[in-house]
Design a protein around this ligand. Structure first.
Ligand code: ADP
Ligand code: MG
Length: 584
């Protein structure tokens, strides 16, 4: 009797079909899911690579193991111990259920499996070697309890798929990302990743989610988080979200797990974002690690072959509950007080007079001080982009004031009403300058003290690849230790960066979106720098500052749109206004 059975054709037909092995990271995902399903408490991922890419993946677990019969059967398509028929899916507790992973991996690689069942007394272990889907060897071997799977020569027989693989570092980054996500979802397991003999990542067992986060992303980030809690009769919400001071330019750091699965869901990410309301600018996203336990009957896991997406019943109750839990978590903390502590590793010598320390929040000066700081900051930002001469490409206009601290209202000499988006306008100014400096090869400003970044393995692998692109954009970055980088210079357009957090965020923004091609990514560095350095929406501007911004915008080559193609200026001429008011 084996616990593994081949699913009947009817059941197979009802299971979401599709390719699960796209890249080395998918292999690791499937092997880790199997190890977790086998009740392991400790999993080792040992990866080897050479310049050409990842050559070998070995995953060793201390789970329940397999008997000799099971070890061979496991490679059979649709062979699984996890469900009997489709009805079992409504109460599924395991990560796997398709019975396809080992078969799919073995079809495109050389796989060696060594396993010994936990409760087998004197029974020896089993070794099975499968190549291109065929079992080429099955033998008895001595082995510890648990399972080891070695995958070599991935895609050796499918050159088309091999061709789609990206650089070694990109593939490694994906692989680390997979481990990270599963480690966040499974605190009951200790994960350890070794690459070419060096340990890259390690989590402790049952150390709690916050400890896992600190282990993966550093103590600085962990300190910037607040706990989230929420409950409905069929739902428990847990996890952590960042204080508004820690944000990103894209939603890639909103990590969601549902019943132990790492899930990508725009809707849930949007609900998390919604919980921040106006605490974050419109284009910023929080860092979040959200853990949802939902009655299994309400979660349809049979949507996508790689199970990255699930369908939720009662989503209309779940999403608002998530938003409310996040809102409550943020409301329960005095966020204004939490000036991020200066991290030990990220010291930077201030380059000018220090701003006066803010008085304790709650005193009457507080809001005045905030406004004053804004004015000073905006002034610095505008001073940086001051240029001499140049042609004016906008009609002459005089600012009248500001609406919602976001739009400048201006009047043209002919009575035209102009509305100018202050952030978009300044972004355009900066963008043009950054491009000019970039193309002149003179866009860097050296930092007196380099900003040191200690990154999780996934980001450091991505950063390693991005160093030349970032250099092109004015960042001088050097790696000087395990996953540790020194930023020695930043684009001049960012100015003397007093805040190491800004450097970290700028780079995180860039790394967070890797779906782009090289010219796009080069462009992305420029855009992020422009966006970062630009006057913010919501910043108060004096009349003089408004005037300067309009003058700077007028001297750019394409003043009417921002680098993202959105309008910077809209105009209502006198005739249009008359029309609106039916002045005939
Ligand atoms: P699935 O996980 O969907 O059942 P797989 O092809 O991934 O399908 O694995 C097939 C079967 O092999 C599993 O159902 C399980 O019984 C067994 N198996 C695979 N990996 C392990 C492991 N690491 N430890 C114990 N059993 C395993
Ligand atoms: Mg599986």
């Amino acid at each position: 009797m084996t616990k593994i059975r081949v699913l009947d054709p009817d059941t197979v037909n009802q299971i979401a079909a599709g390719e699960v092995v796209e890249r080395p990271a998918s292999v690791v995902k499937e092997l880790l899911e199997n190890a977790i399903d086998a009740g392991s408490t400790s999993i080792l991922i040992d990866v080897s690579s050479d310049m050409a890419g990842i050559t070998r993946i070995r995953v060793t677990d201390n789970g329940e193991g397999m008997t000799p019969e099971e070890a061979a059967l496991a490679f059979h398509p649709h062979a699984t111990s996890k469900i009997r028929d489709i009805a079992d899916l409504s109460a599924i507790r395991t990560l796997g259920f398709r019975g396809e992973a080992l078969a799919s991996i073995a079809a495109v690689a050389e796989v060696t499996l060594i396993t010994r069942p936990r409760e087998a007394g004197a029974l020896a272990g089993t070794r099975v070697v499968v190549r291109g889907g065929e079992v080429v060897e099955k033998s008895e071997v001595g082995a510890p309890e648990g399972t080891t799977v070695v995958v070599e020569r991935l895609f050796y027989n499918t050159p088309a798929r091999r061709k789609f693989l990206k650089s070694r570092n990109t593939e490694l980054a994906h692989l680390y990302g997979v481990v990270e996500n599963l480690a966040l979802a499974h605190g009951e397991v200790a994960f350890r990743v070794v690459h070419n003999g060096k340990e890259r990542m390690a989590t402790q067992r049952s150390g709690g989610l916050l400890n896992t986060i600190a282990g993966l992303h550093g103590a600085d980030l962990a300190r910037a988080l607040v706990p989230v809690e929420g409950r409905l009769p069929f739902l428990r919400i847990g996890g952590y979200v960042s204080r508004p001071s820690e944000s990103r330019g894209n939603p890639s750091q909103v990590v969601v797990t549902i019943n132990g699965r790492s899930i990508s869901s725009r809707q849930i990410a949007a609900a998390v974002r919604e919980g921040y309301g106006t605490l974050l600018p419109k284009d910023r996203y929080p860092v979040a690690f959200l853990d949802l336990s939902i009655d299994t009957g309400l979660v349809d896991v049979n949507v996508h072959p790689t199970k990255r997406e699930v369908r939720l019943s009662r989503e209309r109750e779940i999403l608002p509950a998530v938003a409310a839990a996040v809102e409550e978590a943020l409301a329960g903390h005095d966020l204004t007080r939490d000036v991020p502590a200066e991290p030990v590793q990220q010291q930077i010598v201030p380059q000018g007079p220090q701003p006066a320390p803010a008085p304790p929040v709650g005193e009457p000066e507080a809001s005045y001080t905030a406004g004053h700081r804004e004015l000073t900051l905006s002034d610095k930002q505008l001073r940086r982009t001051e240029t001499e001469g140049g042609e004016n490409l906008l009609p002459a206009m005089e600012p009248v004031g500001q609406v919602a601290a976001t739009y400048i209202v201006a009047e043209g000499t002919d009575g035209t009403l102009y509305l100018v988006d202050q952030h978009a306008a300044h972004e355009r100014v900066l963008y043009d300058q950054v491009v000019e400096q970039r193309d002149a090869g003179a866009g860097s400003q050296e930092l007196i003290m380099p900003v040191v970044l200690s990154l999780p393995p996934k980001e450091s692998a991505a950063l390693r690849d991005a160093i030349p692109l970032l250099a092109d954009g004015g960042f001088v970055v050097e790696e000087f230790g395990r996953d540790t980088f020194a930023v020695r210079a930043v684009p001049a357009a960012l100015g003397a960066v007093e805040d190491p957090g800004a450097v970290r965020e700028t780079i995180a923004d860039f790394l967070g979106d890797e779906s782009r091609t090289v010219p796009d990514r080069r462009e992305a560095v420029t855009c992020i720098v422009a966006c970062r350095g630009a006057v913010k929406a919501g910043a108060l501007l004096t009349h003089d500052q408004q005037k300067r911004l309009l003058a700077q915008l007028a001297r750019t080559k394409t003043p009417w749109t921002c680098p993202h193609g959105r309008p910077t200026v809209v105009a209502f001429d006198k005739r249009k206004l008359d029309g609106i008011f039916r002045r005939g």
